[in-house]
Ligand binder design. Structure first.
Ligand code: KG4
Ligand code: ZN
Length: 364
């Protein structure tokens, strides 16, 4: 019975998982708080995490019908993410584990995203038995990664973005169009009623033989286009068509590169997760591309695309089952590289602490 916490960015989440099943998954989103500033403000995020953590933990235990005494382990996101935000959740997990004498396990946020497409059903379960070698797209507000999962718990990063993340591009383009933050979902909704072929935007690096993305040029081209056509976005249908054109450029780039990576690595399966995987255009495009190329496709359920503690807990169970855990005095890892996982696993030895000077020799 694992209690998992997630606090790497602007969602405070707690979940209880048991034998691959999600018993509860409570997410307190801070989107409205940060909307006023047009982006995540780290100090505000940390304060909100501190405020929300205990209520969210209580709610998740209650929703799962589980008492604190029934827990057998505590998991939390250890990195990567906003340093102070990570510290809030990680310190709570350390305290709980210490107080109750339970094993603690620190989870890599992106590795948890990697396996979120395999959570499905009601109640949601982790279908680990069916995980074949695959290539996964993780696309969120902060990251755009193509990862080759050679076998379970053995990921290799193929490539990522050279500048803006896909979600950031959606949000910045939406802001240029005067849409509210976070603009990705709003732009997606408007694009549903637009004509994508009316305004064409560039697909940077789409056809290059590498696994890299670059979205800052696309954002600039939207800005330049709007400067050349002032007032265009004020007309509702023009706005929808612009949204459809921008979405098509991002989605086409993501889908083309994911499929190309599958072909290059020779895998028969592709997956997608992260906030941008909620995008309806991307979901449709991936379905069509997978069918055409005869690839198996799994896209995370929208509830598990965005940040959540259920994915942290389910991965924690897998790693705990392998005898892994994290020493209680381990620190957070805001810049943790996914690649180092395979080499070190999750069992992190206690850092060598400097010896404490005997009391008598201490200066007052
Ligand atoms: O994974 P996530 O919740 O948080 C992190 O960034 O870690 O992703 C949020 C990002 C935002 O940029 C948001 O605009 C984008 O995902 N997003 C979408 C959609 N839903 C969320 N982008 C495009 N279409 C959507 N439907
Ligand atoms: Zn995330």
């Amino acid at each position: 019975m694992v209690l998992a916490l997630e606090s790497s960015c602007d969602e405070t989440s707690a979940a209880v998982v048991h034998r691959g099943e999600v018993l509860s998954n409570i997410v307190a989103s801070q989107v409205r708080l940060h909307a006023e500033y047009g982006g995540v403000v780290p100090e505000l995020a940390t304060r909100e995490h501190l405020r929300n953590l205990i209520p969210v933990v209580r709610q998740s235990l209650q929703a799962a019908g589980v008492s604190m005494e029934a827990l057998t382990a505590v998991a939390a996101t250890r990195g990567p993410g906003l340093p102070a935000a990570l510290m809030a959740g990680w310190t709570a997990a350390q305290s709980l584990a210490a107080a109750r004498g339970l094993p603690l396990i620190g989870i890599h946020h992106h590795e948890a995203h990697l396996y979120s497409p395999w959570i499905s059903g009601q109640p949601p379960r982790f279908h680990k038995a069916t995980i074949p070698p695959h290539v996964s797209l993780i696309a969120s507000g902060g990251h755009t990664l193509l990862v080759h999962v050679r076998s379970e718990l053995d990921p290799v990063i193929l490539g990522g973005t050279l500048d803006d993340a896909a979600g950031e591009c959606f949000d910045k383009a939406a802001k240029l169009l005067g849409l509210p933050y976070p603009g990705g979902p709003v732009l997606d909704r408007l694009a549903e009623e637009g004509h994508a072929d009316r305004f064409e935007f560039p697909r940077p690096l789409r056809d290059e033989p590498n696994h890299l993305f670059s979205f800052s040029g696309l954002k600039t081209s939207v800005r330049v286009f709007l400067e050349k056509h002032p007032g265009l976005a004020d007309d509702p249908q023009d706005l929808r068509d612009l949204c459809a054109g921008i979405r098509a450029a991002i989605v086409d780039t993501l889908a083309t590169k994911l499929v190309a990576a599958a072909r290059k690595t020779g895998v028969g399966c592709i997956t997608a997760s992260g906030g941008v995987a909620c995008n309806r255009g991307l979901r449709r495009e991936l379905q069509a591309a997978a069918k055409k190329r005869r690839l198996d496709l799994r896209i995370a359920d929208p509830a598990f695309c965005t940040d959540n503690a259920a994915m942290i807990g389910l991965l924690a169970e897998r790693r705990l089952a392998r005898g892994e855990s994290t020493a209680l005095d381990t620190e957070t890892a805001p810049g943790w590289e996914l690649e180092t996982l395979a080499a070190t696993g999750m069992t992190i030895p206690s850092p060598a602490l400097p010896p404490v000077a005997p009391a008598a020799s201490r200066r007052p």
